[in-house]
Design a protein around this ligand. Structure first.
Ligand SMILES: CC(C)NC(=O)[C@H](Cc1c[nH]c2ccccc12)NC(=O)[C@H](CCCC/N=C(/NCCC(=O)O)S[C@H]1O[C@H](COP(=O)(O)OP(=O)(O)OC[C@H]2O[C@@H](n3cnc4c(N)ncnc43)[C@H](O)[C@@H]2O)[C@@H](O)[C@H]1O)NC(=O)OCc1ccccc1
Length: 238
């Protein structure tokens, strides 16, 4: 790995599966007779806000009971050690809205902000009146007032289907400047995240998939190691 300098890592639900957070596929994408697309959309929120808020309150509570696993910890070690080892940058982009990557990084004394949450975060609330984002651990179902403006207009700070993911310019630049693109625990079913590996491959960047099984984008990967993230990720990092 040592001739490589800059590494971009993209993770998905599979990296948190062994922490007890169900993947979209485990539940078949179905949640209480609702397709995820039917609860994770601005239209669903307009149509039935209580259903959507309960969906995220349930998941937000679940995430706070979970702990980072060996895959999260190995990725945090790489973020800490790679600059000295390989001399380059590790950019960690996650589709996950849990904070397990952040907690693994914090446990190693790495500062905040080392994780790009392109689809948002459970532990953040977004005020649609004043646009403020506030760290949030409690429920939103009782529409509590926004700590900044007092309006009762808080929604989960989550990127829903049909909404533009966060920090796309930063992510695209990191992919363009990468020597290696690694995808961990993602099915490659949701865009634009699922398109990053093709962009990397077309730029001649090395690409590696670490996943339980081949993903939908498997044809774009030069290499693949299939197995549980808690095993294949530490083995790859060491
Ligand atoms: C369904 C899909 C076809 N639809 C889309 O992609 C849509 C539409 C679309 C856009 N471009 C396209 C191009 C083609 C086709 C469709 C589209 N995309 C969007 O709507 C995006 C927004 C998408 C983001 C939606 N929000 C999420 N999450 C937050 C919510 C929430 O979490 O509730 S997406 C959500 O689903 C995705 C789930 O995928 P995975 O994480 O990969 O999970 P999955 O369960 O599928 O797979 C798990 C994998 O892990 C593996 N695994 C399991 N256990 C383990 C284990 N133990 N170890 C290792 N691996 C393991 C399994 O084998 C499996 O491979 C993640 O991205 C996740 O974040 N927005 C947008 O395009 O905006 C436009 C726009 C443009 C300009 C201006 C304004 C707007």
């Amino acid at each position: 790995m040592d001739q490589l300098r800059n590494i971009v890592i993209l993770t998905g639900a599979g990296v948190s599966a062994e922490s007890g957070i169900g993947t979209f596929r485990d539940s078949g994408g179905l949640w209480e007779e609702h397709r995820v697309e039917d609860v994770a959309t601005p239209e669903a929120f307009a149509r039935d806000p209580d259903l959507v808020l309960r969906f995220y309150d349930m998941r937000r509570a679940g995430v706070q009971k979970a702990e980072p696993n060996a895959a999260h910890r190995a990725i945090a070690r790489l973020q800490r050690d790679w600059p000295a080892r390989g001399g380059g940058r590790v950019t960690l982009v996650t589709q996950n809205v849990d904070d397990l990557h952040d907690r693994a990084a914090r446990a190693l004394g790495l500062g905040e902000g080392g994780v790009i949450h392109m689809h948002g975060e459970h532990l953040s609330a977004w005020c649609t009146a004043c646009d403020a984002r506030t760290p949030w651990h409690a429920d939103l179902i009782d529409s509590p007032p926004c700590p900044s403006c007092g309006a009762r207009a808080l929604r989960p700070d989550i990127v829903w289907f049909g909404e533009m993911p966060y920090r796309m310019e930063e992510i695209i630049r990191a992919v363009e400047e990468a020597d290696l693109f690694v995808s961990i625990g993602t099915s490659g079913a949701v865009y634009p995240a699922a398109g990053f590996v093709r962009s990397a491959a077309e730029l001649g960047i090395a690409t590696l998939e670490l996943n339980l099984e081949p993903s939908q984008g498997t044809q774009w990967f030069d290499g693949a190691r299939h197995g549980p993230a808690s095993e294949v990720v530490p083995a790859w990092v060491e």
